[in-house]
Ligand binder design. Structure first.
Ligand code: SF4
Length: 136
C-alpha cells in the first residue's frame, strides 16, 4: 500500500493531528472546502493508509465520524547490546548444550563449568570495581 500523500491528504492529516480530541469529518470537509463526497474519499484514503482512524459518533442526531490520528511507530528499533561480557561463556562451545536444561543430567544449576565461569566473571567485575574511582 502506497504511503505517498497528496498535498490535500497532508493538509487533512495536519488538521487531524493538530486537533485536541480529533475532528469531526464534517468539520474537516468544511475546513478544506470540499464537498461531502470528496471529503469521504479523502478520509477513506487516509484510513486505508493507516494514518487515521474513525470513531462513529452522533451529533445533533446525525451519524458522523470523529477522525483521530493513528500514532506512528518507528519502523525499526535498534538496541545495541554489548555481548563481549558473555562471549566466553562455556555454553557457547559446550558439546552438551542440546541436552542441557533444568532437571536434566546436564543442568546449568549444577554445571561446574558454569560455576567456574560465573566465579571468574564475578572476580573480574570485583577487580574492576576496586579500580574504579569512588564517586563523591
Ligand atoms: S550449563 Fe554447562 S553443561 Fe549446560 S551448556 Fe552450559 S557449559 Fe554445557
Amino acid at each position: 500500500m502506497s504511503k505517498q500523500m497528496s498535498n490535500l491528504e497532508k493538509e487533512a492529516l495536519n488538521l487531524i493531528k493538530n486537533s485536541d480530541n480529533g475532528i469531526l469529518q464534517s468539520e474537516l470537509v468544511k475546513e478544506l472546502g470540499l464537498d461531502s463526497r470528496e471529503g469521504s474519499r479523502l478520509v477513506l484514503r487516509l484510513t486505508k493508509k493507516g494514518l487515521i482512524r474513525r470513531e462513529q459518533v452522533s451529533v445533533n442526531g446525525r451519524r458522523t465520524y470523529r477522525l483521530l490520528p493513528v500514532e506512528s511507530r518507528p519502523e525499526k528499533a535498534s538496541i545495541k547490546i554489548d555481548i563481549t561480557t558473555i562471549l566466553d561463556i562455556p555454553c557457547t562451545t559446550c558439546p552438551y548444550i542440546d541436552q542441557c536444561g533444568p532437571g536434566n543430567f546436564y543442568d546449568p544449576a549444577t554445571c561446574h563449568l558454569m560455576d567456574r565461569w560465573l566465579e571468574e566473571s564475578v572476580n573480574k567485575i570485583a577487580k574492576l570495581l576496586r579500580r574504579a574511582p569512588i564517586a563523591e
